[in-house]
Design a protein around this ligand. Structure first.
Ligand code: SF4
Length: 219
């Protein structure tokens, strides 16, 4: 059964306008969260505190619990001809049934590219499904990590690691570094590899880099 409201939102300042996204309330749907990520969670601040946004995220969570969530999502992706989906600008994979619904969507929408960053790799039963996602050609799975979580060990085949740097003294590990807002005007400094997300650097900001024109995480 089709839903009346759209499940997917289109674009934002970081994603650009060509990428769709599906979001959930932060923290409550993040079983793998760490103290470090919760302390700086952008999705619990600013515009995410507006009633309009909070109501939409709650509605999205209700939809995600429906038995026919995957059917509705597949229908919307096909109907709109969606090419790239970021799962969870806010929120995370909160349990196994929800993870399996997305796995079904990935399977049924092979021409659409999906990408997600998740700390739910810290929940062993969810990690099993994440590993199945990462095996698919049309899915890019990033394990989010920080000094509290440490690096996942081992990193499953097909998975890359996105490392959160929240202070100048944090190490810079993994395949990609995200810097908290406070650090984004700072020079990149000692980073050679891994790369710092160019959207979060002064040069990238000046050049209007966004996920749509960068593609590092999803192409
Ligand atoms: S590296 Fe590129 S694709 Fe990945 S989050 Fe940053 S801007 Fe987006």
């Amino acid at each position: 059964m089709a839903t009346i409201r759209a499940l997917l939102a289109q674009g934002n300042g970081k994603l650009g306008q060509s990428i769709h996204h599906f979001d959930l309330p932060s923290i409550a749907t993040c079983p793998g969260r760490s103290r470090a990520c919760e302390a700086v969670c952008y999705a619990s601040r600013g515009r995410f505190r507006a009633d309009l946004v909070r109501n939409r995220l709650r509605w999205c969570l209700q939809q995600s619990r429906r038995e026919d969530f995957a059917d509705c999502m597949v229908d919307e992706i096909r109907r709109k001809g969606v090419l790239v989906v970021r799962i969870h600008v806010s929120g995370d994979i909160y349990n196994v049934p929800y993870a399996e619904k997305w796995l079904s969507v990935f399977h049924r929408c092979p021409a659409t590219r999906f990408f997600l960053y998740t700390r739910s790799w810290r929940v062993p039963e969810i990690a099993v499904v994440l590993e199945q996602m990462a095996e698919r050609d049309n899915v890019r799975v990033w394990y989010s990590a920080d000094p509290d979580t440490g690096l996942p060990e081992p990193v499953p085949t097909g998975v890359r690691v996105a490392w959160m740097q929240s202070s100048e003294d944090d190490p810079q590990l993994g395949n990609l570094v995200f810097r908290v807002r406070r650090l984004r005007t700072e020079p990149i400094g000692r980073v050679g590899l891994p790369i710092v997300c160019p959207h979060e650097t002064p040069d990238g900001h000046d050049q209007n880099v966004n996920c749509g024109n960068c593609g590092h995480c999803w192409s």
